[in-house]
Design a protein around this ligand. Sequence first.
Ligand code: PHE
Length: 365
Amino acid sequence: MSGPNTDYDPVEVTPLKPEEVDSARDAALAAIAGATTLEELKQVRSEHAGDRSPLALANREIGALPPQARKEAGQRVGQARGAVNQALSTRQAELEAEHEARILVEEAVDVTLPTDRIPAGARHPLTTGAELIADIFVAMGWEVAEGPVIESEWLNFDALNLGPDHPARTMQDTFWTEPADAHVVLRTHTSPVQARTMLTRTPPIYVVCPGRVFRTDEYDATHSPMFHQVEGLAIDEGISMAHLKGTLDHFAAQMFGDGITTRFRPSYFPFTEPSAEVDLVCFVCRGVDPESCRTCRGEGWIEWGGCGIVNPRVLRACGVDSERYSGFAFGMGIDRTLMFRHGLEDLRTLFEGDVRFTTAFGSEL
Ligand code: PHE
């Protein structure tokens, strides 16, 4: 009688046949070797090593084998899968390396190429210089005031006690607009902003007024028919020459560094009484060894501007009670100040708009 057929060995499970396993492995290895991109390799991985790949399906069949056949089939499939996985990770590493190498080449930047053919500009030193000056005064609680460059004759001259016969009014100094009987000029100084401020505000007044001014000067290394001034005006009770001196010493130290002070020389302006010329300690030689100094040319001092106590006639012309209030005013050339500060030899470099000049000072504070 027949008993259980213990010899039955269904090794005929097709996917597990050695030649099937070998050909599945070889197909996988060939596909891996043929993958030329990481994308392709991903596809190959899912086809030849994914859950539905021939070798994964073969692996699943092992459980169905009789115990004595499992070991051999398991080894065969296991080795084939091992070889495929090994090949996959080797190829993966190769393709990643190739990818990186290609990116390094493709995305390489030639740092020696010219960058931008349109060079970036920079703020003009006159703009930043005027702002620096304004900031020094704003930090002391002053305000910035501005006025028009086309100004009435009255505000430019009469209100400031420059009588009709004052030589500055002549054709040699002033640009007059036409028709002449309109009495309109290009302002010759920033002082009309003093008058405008006093006419529109009530004291106390502390204003600083930077701006363009015009005079019929030749255009050369030290003159220009258009230049810049900054005017200061303080009107309050009890203002004296001492306040003026202290303010200008502070201004000079902020602009040129600690220890740079000012001195006053008696002078005359119709709108101030008393009046003074302001000189600055030469910030190059500091007055110590002026003989060999090219900046102050042996003086130890540099002329900076004009100043004085506001003439009571100007206060009255502008509606300020001259019994109660007094004030000081000063005015200096911004261009001149920047020439000292940056060691410029020629005033014209400030006006010619050459970006090589502007950018050199563009980041300067
Ligand atoms: N306005 C004068 C000038 O242009 C300078 C100045 C201003 C003098 C204020 C005294 C007071 O030369």
